[in-house]
Design a binder for this molecule. Structure first.
Ligand SMILES: Nc1nc2c(ncn2[C@@H]2O[C@H](COP(=O)(O)OP(=O)(O)O)[C@@H](O)[C@H]2O)c(=O)[nH]1
Ligand SMILES: [Mg+2]
Length: 287
């Protein structure tokens, strides 16, 4: 089913046009990735498809594929992540306190998670079609000490939050928590957990805090390239169980991403475009 839908789009010359002095990652655009074998392309777009075959038949797959846009929609969303003279993607401001952040009209999405979970790397991958946008990726935990705001044209703002946990609990209490409670235009929070180590105590605390705010949030499972399939599946099913039994504001579908291998990046772009009202999905049926 996938092949019938994917190939015509990828071969039709439908291209996302990005003009940049900096060179983009070779997988930044789905169109470029399409030169890879079909199965690989499918797992890059829909990472769950790669795990599906290894799950017991008794496991309910519905929650893993709630958001399953067509390739056409994924392509449409990709355009939004390209900078142009009329649609500038750029670093906007940094702030250490809520009072320092100006009110903004456009919807906002923020990325939270433990230090080193891969927040900045994920944002860098999302913005890889605009490689001139500077997103700092740290080698040492706790690098991001400020809330960093990035504007995506007039469509939405994306916020890289300071990490919590190791060496940075204060930043979290001082910045992240007040932001999650008070930010009016916050459309979605993305809570990142490291797929190679599974849910940690600090992740559970963040999850509880997200629940307390009662604002919609989504789990993103990072670094899916880093561990074996068995460990990833165990961590994913454990997380899924927690989401199902202990949350009310969490979107039931966890998003699987590898910023290193680019899997899940296209789907996440499409989800962000969708929930910020930046694109209208043409087809939400299974592809
Ligand atoms: N293998 C692998 N490593 C990653 C991935 N994403 C981030 N990393 C590494 O994890 C470390 C922390 O990443 P960073 O994005 O700075 O985390 P942050 O503190 O949450 O912003 C860096 O050394 C990254 O290179 C990924 O998808 N796969
Ligand atoms: Mg960071």
């Amino acid at each position: 089913m996938f092949s019938l839908r994917l190939r015509p789009w990828l071969q039709s010359g439908f291209q996302v046009c990005c003009v940049s002095r900096h060179s983009a990652h070779k997988l930044a655009s789905l169109h470029k990735a399409s030169t890879l074998p079909q199965k690989k392309v499918q797992s890059l777009i829909y990472p769950f498809s790669q795990l599906d075959a290894y799950l017991d038949r008794s496991v309910d797959r519905t929650a893993f594929q709630l958001f399953h846009p067509s390739v056409e929609d994924v392509m449409k969303a990709e355009k939004l992540f390209c900078s142009s003279s009329t649609h500038k993607i750029d670093y906007h401001i940094s702030a250490e306190r809520m009072e320092q952040i100006p009110a903004m009209k456009q919807p906002e999405v923020c990325f939270i998670g433990r230090s080193n979970v891969g927040k900045s790397s994920l944002i860098k991958a999302l913005f890889s079609l605009a490689p001139e946008v500077e997103v700092r990726v740290s080698k040492t935990p706790g690098h991001t000490k400020k809330m960093n705001f990035f504007k995506v044209g007039k469509s939405f703002t994306l916020v890289d939050m300071p990490g919590y946990g190791h060496r940075a609990p204060k930043d979290f209490v001082d910045m992240v928590e007040p932001y999650l409670y008070a930010r009016k235009n916050l459309a979605r929070t993305f809570l990142l957990v490291d797929g190679s180590v599974g849910l940690q105590t600090a992740d559970r605390i963040a999850l509880e805090m997200c629940e307390e705010t009662r604002r919609p949030y989504v789990m993103v499972v990072t670094k899916t390239d880093k561990c074996g399939r068995g460990a990833l599946l165990t961590n994913l099913l454990n997380l899924q169980d927690v989401v199902k039994t202990q949350t009310t504001s969490c979107f039931p579908q966890p998003f699987l991403v590898s910023s290193m291998e680019f899997s899940g990046i296209y789907l996440l772009r499409c989800f962000i475009a969708h929930i910020t009202g930046s694109i209208r999905l043409t087809d939400t049926s299974q592809s």
